[in-house]
Write a protein that binds this ligand. Structure first.
Ligand SMILES: Nc1ncnc2c1ncn2[C@@H]1O[C@H](COP(=O)(O)OP(=O)(O)OP(=O)(O)O)[C@@H](O)[C@H]1O
Ligand SMILES: [Mg+2]
Length: 248
């Protein structure tokens, strides 16, 4: 890979949590590069550290040691203010739970992300309207989260994540809280937006049928990540085999 290809470069990342006298060493030396425009998936059992890893990539949390270079800039050498500014402009985050503010409408929830980034009010709201149209919620802009379905709430969360046109979208189990079919719709929306805009997508998921659509798939195991082999990817998607047998 040439220098210019990597938008994110992770070098020997460690994360420890401390609970009184107990130390929990979650990330034990992760090194990986993410190329601009690719979709990287992370799978692994519950509690292995996927969210911890994604939170650090998205500058929501600091590592115990190690380096994350974003476009060559060392994230954790930045001050808290610089980091907050970076996070609001360059990274979009979608979580398993939507975290929309209940007292605000869909439109206000989405616009808020732009307002926080310093976008003037009129522009923030017109951008939010545009984003909500793109996620298919033109008719739902004035609804509050409680008036939306789970899938619609996640679509609002996707619109909010993309409002400042970030380079990288980080999605942590974005469909984990949805039924299979709704999850598929939300996933397809994320994927289509990524394809249309050339954004880099980093996705953690329990759902192998989503993970196998990544350009690269990593398994997190014992605090590290390793790429899945093609055989493993095939095994992850038994439907593939069924299809090719059926189509023979
Ligand atoms: N702030 C924290 N303080 C202490 N321990 C934490 C903290 N955040 C996470 N952990 C612990 O770190 C480990 C990894 O958690 P993490 O949420 O990253 O796992 P995960 O792979 O995302 O799991 P899941 O698939 O269930 O979402 C867990 O044992 C968790 O309890
Ligand atoms: Mg998690």
């Amino acid at each position: 890979m040439s220098e210019g290809d990597a938008i994110i470069r992770v070098i020997d990342l460690h994360k420890k949590f401390f609970d009184g006298a107990n130390e929990l060493h979650v990330l034990k030396g992760i090194s990986v590069e993410v190329r601009r425009g690719e979709m990287v998936c992370v799978v692994g059992p519950s509690g292995v550290g996927k969210s911890t890893f994604l939170h650090i990539l998205g500058a929501l949390e600091r590592p115990s040691s190690g380096t994350v270079l974003f476009d060559g800039r060392d994230l954790f050498q930045m001050s808290d203010d610089e980091l907050a500014e970076f996070r609001s402009r360059r990274i979009g985050f979608v979580f398993q739970f939507h975290y929309l503010l209940p007292e605000f409408t869909a439109l206000e929830n989405v616009a808020l992300g732009a307002l926080i980034a310093g976008v003037p009010r009129d522009e923030a709201f017109s951008r939010a309207e545009e984003m909500l149209k793109r996620v298919g919620l033109k008719e739902r802009m004035d609804h509050k989260p409680s008036q939306l379905s789970g899938g619609e709430r996640q679509r609002v969360a996707v619109a909010r994540a993309l409002i400042n046109d970030p380079d990288v979208l980080i999605a942590d189990e974005p469909t984990g809280n949805l039924d299979k079919r709704t999850g598929e719709t939300v996933f397809r929306l994320i994927w289509e937006l990524k394809e249309a805009t050339g954004k880099t997508l980093i996705l953690a998921t329990h759902d192998p049928s989503l993970a196998v659509r990544g350009d690269r798939i990593f398994r997190m195991i014992d605090g590290k990540i390793e790429p899945l082999s093609q055989e493993e990817i095939d095994a992850y998607l038994p439907q593939r085999e069924v299809r090719s047998k059926g189509g023979g």
